[in-house]
Design a protein around this ligand. Structure first.
Ligand code: GAL
Length: 504
């Protein structure tokens, strides 16, 4: 009997064990390297030049005794964008992923009132990037909804589909000539999980608003994709996708119930967004539809809390992305929930507990441990279930405390990029990678205590001085060589702008 070991299994063995063979794997020439950030997390200037308030400004300013909010100044990129671009040049990247603040350009949420200084800020940033041959990749929405729209129910309001479309049109009209990479929404799966909200109002909508939001965000995304496809794509030749959080999940042991828990977890956490766009049949996953319908009935609801998508909705959403923006950080091990959850709630619908392995290196964020093989497995899962989608890794990153010697981040980058090379070898169509993040920023509820930057930001200095960490040099070297040299460390922390920049 012949025993055939597929490249997949071999690669996986290598990826899991960290064991390296002698062959050199390289990133192809067209593969784009970059770094990422998001408006609320870096811009600051929260009430300058006519900007409106976002839900995050409001959240942090709701208690008048609390003092300034972390995002009031943040990394002050609003005033430091030239230095940001200089840092990107030092790294030698091809692309910068940043987001546009909706309330900065449309302070009242709707497109009738445009804020010219806000629009001008992004003109300046885009021009500065293009001047140095760095492609802008624009995320249209990264968590910072104008607060006026939240007062109308935010993403639970079916009209949010139109508000978003109108906002996106303003951006396309202004920037589509120069911007070739667009992302409609960052992590709809995080935006819609009511568990993520702290306030009482949100808590009382658990298990209901999550699904209203999911449907509306998918429609908002798809309508915007179709608008771009029809009116801008041919003219300017760009591409547009959506970024979804896909952390790998697998059973803690191979018992039937743990295996089932992994599937439930994956389908609820990201299948809900992947299936409607990338599966052959479209629509929400059957597992999710059946489970929510059953629970809703048991709970006395007249109909499923997950509203159905119509035939037209399914058609509109199916295939509405040129690439899948993959945000991947870590891996979780699943088993059926032992405790109870509020009823109804998304957590109760899922009813899966997650854990991790003790031996995985811990970052400075409680939820984030390093398990690079998970990226390999996530990519293969996507290939199998969604027929080899084009993938752009729009986020992958590591948190530390303050300090420039961040060998744990260097190792994380090396290991995850190595896992990506194996995934590419086994068929993954990877277009590029933007590391999260270019610089330290406001890590949402954690403020500035969890540092994700290749560059350290001194939040105590009025200038928000930026300094390259060791990992910035390690990443620069990978970009230069287009390969991962696992034991490479820089001799010192000096970094300067790369002289030679290849034409894109
Ligand atoms: C992502 C999010 C980013 C950043 C990162 C690190 O989920 O899109 O804004 O905060 O996590 O936690």
């Amino acid at each position: 009997m012949r025993i055939i070991l597929s490249t997949g299994i071999l690669s996986l063995l290598v990826a899991v064990s960290g064991f390296s063979d002698n062959s050199v794997r390289r990133f192809k020439d067209g593969f784009l390297f970059g770094a990422a950030s998001a408006a609320y997390q870096v811009e600051g200037a929260w009430n300058e030049d006519g900007k409106g308030r976002s839900i995050w400004d409001d959240h942090f300013h709701s208690d008048p005794d609390q003092g300034p909010a972390p995002g009031d100044v943040a990394s002050d990129s609003y005033h430091n964008y030239k230095r940001d671009v200089e840092m990107l040049r030092e790294l030698g990247v091809d692309v910068y992923r940043f987001s546009i603040s909706w309330p900065r350009v449309l302070p009242r949420g709707f497109s009738n009132v445009k804020n010219e200084p806000g629009l001008k800020y992004y003109d300046n940033l885009i021009d500065e990037l293009l001047k140095y041959n760095i492609q802008p990749m624009v995320t249209i929405y990264h968590f910072d909804l104008p607060v006026v729209l939240q007062h109308l129910g935010g993403w639970a309001n079916p009209y949010s589909v139109e508000w978003f479309e109108d906002y996106a049109r303003v951006l396309f009209d202004r920037y589509a000539r120069k911007v070739k990479y667009w992302i409609t929404v960052n992590q709809p799966n995080s935006v819609c999980e009511v568990e993520n909200y702290e306030n009482h109002l949100a808590r009382s909508t658990k298990g209901v608003m999550d699904y209203m939001c999911a449907k509306n965000l998918l429609l908002a995304h798809a309508r915007t994709y179709r608008m771009y496809e029809k009116e801008y794509k041919k003219k300017y030749g760009g591409s547009i996708g959506i970024s979804i959080s896909v952390n790998w999940a697998e059973p803690v042991t191979n018992s039937t119930e743990n295996v089932e828990a992994a599937e439930i977890y994956r389908e609820f956490k990201y299948g809900m967004y992947l299936n409607p766009i990338w599966s052959k049949s479209g629509d929400f996953p059957k597992l999710v539809k059946d489970r929510v319908a059953k629970k809703s009935k048991e709970q006395g609801f007249a109909r499923s809390r997950l509203q159905s998508l119509s035939k037209d909705d399914i058609k509109l959403i199916k295939g509405s992305a040129d690439f899948l923006g993959l945000n991947h950080y870590t891996t979780f091990l699943t088993s059926p929930s032992k405790g109870s959850h509020p009823v109804p709630s998304f957590a109760d619908d899922v009813s899966v507990d997650v854990t991790t392995k003790d031996e995985w290196t811990q970052s400075h964020s409680a939820w984030l441990k390093s398990a690079p093989y998970g990226l390999y497995k996530a990519c293969l899962h996507l290939n199998k279930h969604y027929d080899y989608p084009a993938i752009f890794i729009t986020e992958n990153g590591w948190s530390t405390d303050k300090g420039l010697k961040d060998s744990s981040r260097s190792e994380y980058i090396q290991q995850y990029l190595k896992a990506l090379l194996f995934a590419i070898e086994d068929g993954t169509q990877a277009l590029g990678y933007t590391h999260w993040s270019l610089m330290d920023n406001v890590e949402w509820m954690a403020g500035t205590s969890e540092r994700f930057g290749l560059y350290e930001v001194d939040f105590d200095s009025p200038e928000r001085t930026r300094t390259a960490r060791q990992s910035a040099l390690v990443y620069k070297r990978i970009i230069q060589k287009r390969m991962v040299e696992e034991r490479w460390t820089p001799k010192n922390l000096k970094i300067s702008v790369s002289e030679v920049k290849t034409e894109l």
